[in-house]
Design a protein around this ligand. Structure first.
Ligand code: XMP
Length: 517
């Protein structure tokens, strides 16, 4: 598939000025959902740059600071005189109030969570909405005196100015967060800002997003340089590879390291998709090397560390063989950035992402074309790029692969048993209309006595796990029907040599984790 990238409708955009809020990408996403393009820039972007950009509207994000602290972030004063509509969110609203002569003071009581709010439907910002709304509040300061020319257009029981406006100047502020789902009509409010106030067209699509990314990659990489990507076969790295191959074709080198612990048929599927593409797909058979380095290792953390270490070594060797491309590409998506920023807690498991490489590999730059996207948007791009649905909608699979699902020593025999049992379980669950978020088999190290025909067996126990989760930080087990479980049990014990017992894991996280290791 070839993408025309010369003609996009980039000329109309919304500028999001970042005051340090955690939801800036979510704001960008909501604006994208309304069919409008946006760019996120720092709060102190120079006025000349803003003028050159000529956005149709400007959104100030929230942020953790208080405007009464002089060291807090503020934008350039002239921004209010450009005649460009502005919407301030949370701290962004307080910036407007403070800079235009109003007052912001601490609330008597902080307001957090879903809150009932009365809005003025005659305001353009709340046009076609009911007066009673549920919004997400999260603040300790509030606007206590309005700047001249402003009126309050919303209130809650604790906050008399939950939103304000100065229609003649096109300046609006909301104390709550319209970008989050807890603000039930938040997207409609943003839509009112975009279409009624900024007069945006709403003709921007994921297709435009793709074209822009392709063009940006071309520009950044230039005519001669090359890009290296660690392809795991997961959704993110696969979409990243497809996108980059549209941009720079065979100057993309994709390294797929087969550590031998992928699910049944997975490596073949990935090869069949990517070997056809116009890129340098390098299949590295490292099965023997991984197995040898894992030989005799039982401790789960040690297994993870060995796999991580070997992965980086193989990757470095292959990069050298392919004359060390100048750029490294990664399929980082927005939730990865948020999670890694927050992740300062105790190490439960040293997660290893295939493609998760150390910082010091000596590349000229890192390319992350999916950095601003959420998972469902990445999937949309994957389909647009022609990837098969089976790859784009696949459930998450950990970087170390089946190694975290085999208790005790990892051997070739155990991998094969698990691949076969897991394939049966997935095949049966895949028939369900509503699938669990993650479902797989685990090979326990327990062997027990059974009987097959007239013979005694002493074989492995397979555990099945199926969980429902939003964020993979916690989960509940899914109560699969007994009928389904019985069918899976019969098939595994009949079709997989070496298994004579099947159990179902009904533990949530906490106290268990999703993977067994
Ligand atoms: P746990 O077992 O920590 O898993 O509850 C939470 C989610 O993370 C996945 N997982 C991993 N993903 N590298 C990955 O890329 C890893 O080392 C790893 N360990 C667990 C797991 O499959 C689940 O979705």
């Amino acid at each position: 598939m070839a993408f025309e990238f010369e003609s996009d409708n980039e000329e109309q955009k919304i500028l999001i000025l970042d005051f340090g809020g955690q939801y800036k990408e979510l704001i960008a996403r909501r604006i994208r959902e309304c069919g409008v393009y946006s760019v996120i820039m720092p709060y102190d972007t120079e006025i000349e740059d803003i003028k050159r950009m000529a956005p149709a509207g400007i959104v100030f994000t929230g942020g953790p600071n208080s405007v009464n602290d002089p060291s807090s972030p503020f934008c350039e004063r002239q921004i209010f005189d450009l005649g460009i509509p502005i919407l301030g969110i949370c701290y962004g609203m307080q910036v407007i109030a403070h800079m235009l002569g109003g007052s912001v003071t601490p609330c008597k009581k902080s307001e957090y969570g879903r809150t009932a709010c009365i809005v003025d439907p005659s305001s353009k910002l709340f046009s076609s909405l009911e007066a009673e709304q549920t919004v997400l509040m999260s603040h300790t300061d509030m606007v206590s005196r309005l700047p001249d020319g402003f009126v309050s257009i919303a209130s809650t029981s604790l906050c008399p100015t939950a939103a304000f406006s100065c229609d003649s100047r096109g300046i609006y502020g909301v104390q709550f967060h319209p970008e989050v789902e807890n603000t039930e009509n938040g997207t409609a409010m943003l839509g009112n800002f975009l279409f009624r106030i900024c007069k945006a067209r709403g003709d921007y699509s994921m297709d435009d997003y793709l074209k822009r990314q392709i063009r940006d990659v071309k520009q950044r990489v230039g005519e001669n340089k090359r890009v290296l990507l660690g392809l795991s076969g997961g959704v993110d790295s696969s979409v990243c590879a497809s996108l980059l191959s549209e941009a720079i074709h065979e100057r993309l080198v994709c390294i797929y390291i087969d550590h031998g612990m992928m699910r049944k048929s997975e490596t073949e599927n990935i090869r069949s998709v990517f070997e056809k593409k116009n890129l340098n797909f390098v299949y590295v058979d490292a099965k023997k090397r991984f197995l040898e380095s894992l030989s005799g290792v039982v401790d789960p953390e040690e297994k993870r560390k060995i796999i991580g270490r070997e992965f980086v070594r193989v990757f470095e060797e292959e990069a050298k063989k392919h004359k060390n491309p100048e750029f490294l590409a990664q399929g980082t998506i927005y939730p990865d950035i948020v999670e890694s920023g927050k992740n300062k807690s105790a190490v439960i498991k040293s997660h290893h992402n295939v493609g998760g490489l150390p910082d010091n590999l000596g590349f000229e730059g890192v390319i992350e074309p999916l950095r601003g996207l959420f998972k469902d948007e990445v999937r949309k791009l994957g389909i647009m790029l022609g990837l098969p649905a089976s790859l784009v909608y696949r459930q998450p699979f950990p970087g170390p692969g089946l190694a975290v699902r085999i208790i005790g020593e990892i051997t070739e025999e155990k991998i094969e048993i698990l691949q076969n049992a897991d394939a049966i379980f997935r095949e049966e669950v895949d028939r369900l209309r509503k699938k669990p978020d993650q479902y797989f088999a685990v090979l326990t190290d327990v062997r027990s006595v059974g009987v097959m025909g007239d013979f005694r067996t002493y074989d492995y126990t397979v555990a099945l796990r199926a969980v429902r989760t939003n964020d993979f930080m916690t989960c509940e087990y899914v109560p699969l029907s007994h009928k389904l479980l019985s069918r899976v049990c019969a098939r595994i014990t009949n079709e997989v040599n070496g298994v004579n017992r099947v159990v179902y894991d009904i533990t949530g996280k906490p106290p268990a984790t999703i993977e067994w290791l």
